[in-house]
Design a protein around this ligand. Sequence first.
Ligand code: ADP
Ligand code: MG
Length: 294
Amino acid sequence: ATPTAIMVGVGKGAENNILIKDAESLELGHRVNAIVLDKTGTITKGKPEVTDIVWESTEAGDHARGVLLGMEAQSEHPLAEAVVRRLQADGIRPAIIKGFNSLTGQGVEASDEAGERYFVGNSQLLQERNIALTTELEQQSRQWQDQVKTVVFFANEQQVLAVVAIADQLKPSSKAAIARLKQMGVSVYMLTGDNRQTAAAVAAQVGVTDFKAEVLPADKAEFIKQLQAEGKLVAMVGDGINDSHALAQADVSIAMGQGSDIAMDVAKMTLITSDLKSIPKALQLSRKTVFGIK
Ligand code: ADP
Ligand code: MG
């Protein structure tokens, strides 16, 4: 492409939230035939969110909700942060709690002002204390686990008062963007350090059939090398510190703008939007730049 065409391309990119650092990636983009996507923070939002809460009965009223909020507000666990955001959005006010304590590997415990004990945590926490769970809530939590959601239990010393489902949500644009890339003849792969079950669920939801779970950061770069050895021209999209080796190895590297500074430093293109539809747009932009199509 001519210098003028490159300049126009970079400008068009910027208008579409695509920052292009070098002319080479703009020229290579149209030849990309394999794209590797990181899961967390790229395909998904990368932040756990509460998807559902079911309370044991309507009797578990504002006080119980306030205790749950009061407890989780004192915890720094990412699951707790998700619970706090949700309850605050629901307009719940935190109750005063005392004797907050972390239970390693299980959750947290505390008392309300009247001295009643409460617990927030996983199923191990319930088992160890013989806390009862109604059949209904048990079935509900099984169903969420099948959907690869993380289940958090809130209980007093006798019984479970609420179950909460938490998941890292898909970005709304992921599925359509991946479909568009496939339509353009690009093979799409997903890599993640996450476990196989979660990876499989996310891949299925966005229409990716080629994915690898439990991948170490160095292995992400190795995976790209293998695709290149098969003669593919590979683009990598990532957001984390984890992804910097893979970004450096790829022929075209794309960082998600809300990701780590390292990813943005290494990558030759940065998407300043979290919208994955900018990826097919970037490849299209390269096509237009190189072939001079309007
Ligand atoms: P990790 O940091 O690996 O999650 P922790 O010992 O901090 O290990 O917690 C272990 C488990 O206990 C978590 O995976 C979660 O299921 C539960 N847990 C811990 N803290 C909380 C909390 N504040 N709210 C809900 N669940 C929690
Ligand atoms: Mg921890």
